[in-house]
Design a protein. Structure first.
Length: 319
């Protein structure tokens, strides 16, 4: 009986190793680095996983791919999985590497204070996404009614930056390296949201509960690789800069250095999901979806894999 069980376990492990896994990420900003690091550092391979990572800009498209089975894991801001689950999907959050907004609110030179944004056009990657959430939270802190500005959906970061620098937008939210470019153009940095006392799970790992129930060891191996990737990024600057150069498609050393320094300092090595950040998203979703007002953060989070890694001493190695 024991031998038969071992054969079954070995067969399952072999199937997991042979199975092609697709994981997506949302763009070329530095907060995407954890999944790049897990891939480029060889950690997926270390745990017997054959993982391809693909870029799918926009949370809605990412969730469509996950639910359809085109991908098995998604590195995404928590807003899209939460919105998807509120709509009836079985998508859950299982880890988070960045738990704060990695954005600065940036205005054109004539925008001197937050109050100058009233009546102006502000750009976001996707309406309802993390960019808009960041703006709305900043407006709340500043006492500005979000209805007094015009939100425009501009697409992935580079497109939004081009529109902003060309004068199509009056303000936007930018992450490094675009903040560096904005400073060079004498744009006004109105706030670095990372420094404010607000939480938002910006880089999370989302899966379907179906996969979590069917293949818990596969999911566990993925999270172990992801955690090691975060540690590798935070502790191996030279190798990480080479990786950023490839994925960000730039040779500009100043941009690469700023991106690394900014994001390596804000990554969460234990991958725990900040529930206050999940609640913040629910508060924002409640303005559109009544179901969000009745929901609790724990309904969207499954941390049993992280609990197991903590209990077994794995997490301790990478703090």
């Amino acid at each position: 009986m024991i031998f038969a069980s071992l054969l079954i376990f070995a067969s399952a492990q072999s199937a997991w190793s042979a199975e092609k896994i697709i994981a997506d990420y949302g763009g070329t900003s530095g907060f995407q680095a954890p999944i790049w690091a897990a891939k480029e550092g060889g950690f997926f391979a270390k745990y017997g996983l054959d993982v391809d990572i693909v870029m799918i800009p926009g949370g809605t498209q990412s969730m469509q791919a996950l639910i359809s089975g085109s991908t098995q894991f998604s590195q995404t801001s928590a807003a899209a999985p939460i919105h998807s689950r509120l709509g009836g999907s079985d998508v859950v959050l299982i880890a988070a590497s960045v738990n704060k907004y990695p954005f600065s609110v940036v205005g054109r030179p004539q925008i001197k204070t937050p109050a100058d944004l009233v009546g102006k056009k502000v750009g976001v990657v996707r309406l309802g996404g993390s960019n808009e959430s960041a703006f709305r939270k900043a407006f709340e802190i500043w006492g500005i009614d979000p209805k007094s500005v015009i939100f425009l959906q501009m697409g992935e970061g580079a497109a939004g930056y081009v529109a902003f620098s060309a004068g199509t937008l009056d303000a936007t939210v930018l992450a490094p390296p675009y903040t560096l470019k904005a400073r060079d153009l004498k744009m006004t940095i109105l706030a670095d949201l990372k420094s404010l006392p607000i939480y938002y799970p910006q880089s999370t790992i989302a899966v379907r509960e179906h996969l979590l129930a069917r293949s818990p060891q596969l999911v566990k191996n993925f999270i172990k690789a992801y955690m090691e990737g975060v540690h590798w990024f935070r502790t191996n600057k030279a190798a990480s800069l080479k990786m950023l150069r490839r994925y960000m498609r730039t040779d500009d050393k100043q941009i690469l250095e700023e991106t690394y320094d900014y994001f390596s300092a804000m990554m969460s090595p234990n991958l725990r999901i900040n529930l206050a950040g999940v609640q913040e998203i629910l508060n924002q979703e409640a303005q559109r979806l009544p179901a969000a007002a009745r929901s609790k953060p724990a309904e969207f989070v499954r941390e049993q894999i992280l609990d197991e890694l903590d209990k077994g001493g794995f997490t301790k190695q990478y703090r």
